[in-house]
Design a protein around this ligand. Structure first.
Ligand code: ZN
Length: 176
């Protein structure tokens, strides 16, 4: 999947956009209305949750800044991007949970600095290295991908922070 970047400088701060307006702003990237709707689902604010959706320029700018930073930011194998810190961060106690959908591994862990949940995708081939690098809490196969169409985007709220178990975690056995 190729991630495209959407320069936020094209957006006027005080302007209200509908979804078609936003697509027109980035027509050169082939931005599709469905993509904008996905942004709305993932947290892009709309005005009064109206239908059709209207979005303030400043909310769009804010969203695109995060979106662009996330996709620009290079993280090392054992790092993930923390939205709160807006930077690459190590994983708290190297504890991760892995979800497996199709050929993609969705790995989540807590930011070592601020304990916010972070997510990152890895390839199936990375699994042995992941197991050497992190404490892996469990590999979950959520969907039977042979039988049903796969949704491969991660829902942020599908991950429950496990702050209690983190605090009580046994120490030491890194490569167990
Ligand atoms: Zn953080």
């Amino acid at each position: 999947m190729i991630k495209r970047l959407y320069p936020h400088k094209r957006v006027k701060y005080w302007y209200a956009y509908d979804i078609d307006d936003i697509c027109a702003l980035y027509s050169d990237t082939g931005l599709h209305a469905q993509t904008v709707r996905t942004w709305v689902k993932k947290g892009l604010k709309t005005i009064d949750k109206g239908n059709p959706a209207l979005i303030y320029g400043y909310d769009l700018i804010e969203y695109l800044k995060k979106y662009n930073t996330r996709n620009k930011c290079k993280t090392a194998f054992d790092e993930m991007f923390c939205f709160k810190c807006q930077d690459a961060r190590n994983i708290f106690q190297r504890k991760t949970a892995i979800e497996h959908k199709a050929k993609t591994l969705f790995v989540s862990g807590h930011c070592r600095e601020c304990k916010t949940v972070m997510n990152k995708t890895y390839k199936m081939d990375d699994l042995p290295k992941l197991k050497r690098t992190f404490h892996v809490g469990g590999v979950l196969e959520l969907y039977d991908c042979e039988a049903s169409p796969c949704k491969t985007h991660l829902q942020a709220d599908a991950i429950t922070p496990q702050s209690e178990s983190l605090n009580n975690a046994p120490q030491g056995n890194l490569f167990g």
